[in-house]
Design a protein around this ligand. Structure first.
Ligand code: ATP
Ligand code: MG
Length: 392
């Protein structure tokens, strides 16, 4: 019965002069999301509202699920529209709408009319009262409640007449593409896909980098990261995934540096390499899934040591989250089941029994001098030999 959707957006409504840029980005993202959905749609803006009109038969659930992945949407209202054929016909349409959407008819309601077309012969108040009367005549068991109605029946008078009452929640946030681009350090764990999702939710486009260490990490571990990137891309849009071979660097650090500092030194090189790729790709920051105190490499001291090599801002959206809170988001965005598949990631192989938890940057830098002979060349090789995948 529904032939269109009214798209509600919250934050982007308050952007003053830039508002139209945000609306255009949102329209683009909606079009992109609907490409994957069966059916033909027209997405258009009229008088500060965005509508998705279905031009053909379409799958309702699939369409709603597609729209629920578009950042910037706060609510999705399924709409019935009808030609304006006079008030009597409108009354009939509204009565039929209630019959189909609320078969129990024991709820309280109010009518909320809006006249976008001012030549309609009744004003909004009159429409509210008259339609309320028509509904009560048809369904005497229903009651009007203007303050806390269970059903708010919206009637918008435009070229056509739009009728809707439900608001299906959207993902919120801002449309991707309105806030620059950042490079996500994506591992096979639970945290980093969630971190990417959260930054993307603020309108940031994302590319990702994964460090693997074959043969210490398997092809399946890499496939898992590719799958995780696809889940994130379902929200963030297409991304490039850079896959960097980290084996030689890792072995070299293992050979030359104290083992309890291995993880920190490795993390510093990951950040350095990620930053190089980020700068080449026009990114304005790095994103990691770190959270204070989660593991030895995420104490305040360790984070300071890792951060020290970066010149770009490092966004750590999970910094104050408990694991359980992160798990809940990963379940919501469907990454959890993939993240917990038991394929080793490159940190676990070389992990020391007792890694430092309070690294000292000066000491670490001293030990990194042991790498002077070959490390720069190794970093260049890692960069130039990287594989770049297009993730849809
Ligand atoms: P995650 O669940 O995201 O793997 P984690 O709790 O396992 O996180 P660490 O392994 O210490 O934590 O990694 C911290 C962050 O560093 C990750 O969230 C991710 O952003 C980045 N990272 C770690 N390993 C890799 C890797 N192999 N490739 C790319 N990024 C990585
Ligand atoms: Mg990890």
């Amino acid at each position: 019965m529904f032939k269109a959707f009214l798209i509600k957006y919250a934050e982007i409504g308050i952007k003053g002069k830039n508002r139209y840029l945000f609306e255009e980005a949102l329209v683009d993202q909606i079009r992109f999301a609907l490409k994957k959905v069966e059916g033909e749609f027209k997405v258009h803006r009229t008088q500060g509202r965005i509508y998705v009109d279905a031009l053909s038969e379409f799958d309702f659930d699939e369409t709603v699920q597609g729209l629920q992945k578009v950042f910037g949407i706060s609510g999705i209202c399924p709409v019935v529209y009808a030609e304006d054929e006079g008030f009597e016909k409108l009354g009939k349409d509204v009565v039929e709408f209630i019959d189909r959407v609320y078969p129990e008819k024991n709820q309280t309601f109010k009518v909320h009319a809006r006249r976008a077309r001012k030549n309609y012969p009744m004003d909004s108040m009159e429409i509210n009262c008259e339609l309320g009367g028509v509904i009560l005549d048809a369904y005497p068991e229903m009651k009007v409640d203007v303050h806390h109605p269970e059903i708010e029946l919206n009637v918008e008078i435009r070229e056509k007449i739009y009728i809707y009452s439900q608001i299906i929640p959207g993902p919120g946030g801002m449309p991707v593409g309105t806030n620059g681009k950042a490079m996500l350090l994506l591992s096979g764990g639970i945290d980093s896909p969630v971190a990417g999702y959260m930054i993307s939710k603020r309108g940031v486009k994302i590319d990702a980098v994964y460090f693997h260490a074959p043969p210490y990490t398997s092809e399946r571990a890499k496939e898992k990261v590719v799958d995780l990137a696809k889940y994130v891309a379902a929200y963030s849009g297409p991304m490039k995934l850079h896959i960097v071979n980290f084996t030689d660097i890792q072995l070299y650090i293992y050979e030359k540096c104290p083992h309890d500092e291995l993880t920190i030194i490795m993390r510093r090189f990951m950040m350095k390499i990620a930053e190089r790729i980020a700068l080449e790709s026009g990114c304005l920051g790095l994103i990691t899934g770190e959270s204070i105190g989660q593991v030895a490499s995420q104490t305040m001291q360790s984070l300071a040591a890792t951060n020290e090599v970066c010149t770009l801002p490092v966004y750590r959206p999970l910094i104050g989250f408990d694991k359980q809170e992160i798990v809940e988001i990963s379940e919501k965005i469907d990454t959890y089941e993939t993240s917990v598949l038991p394929y080793e990631d490159c940190c676990t192989i070389f992990v020391a029994k007792h890694p430092v938890t309070k690294p000292n940057v000066k000491v670490i830098k001293g030990h990194e001098k042991n790498l002077a002979e070959k490390i720069d060349e190794m970093v260049e090789t890692a960069l130039s030999s990287r594989e770049i995948l297009d993730i849809e």
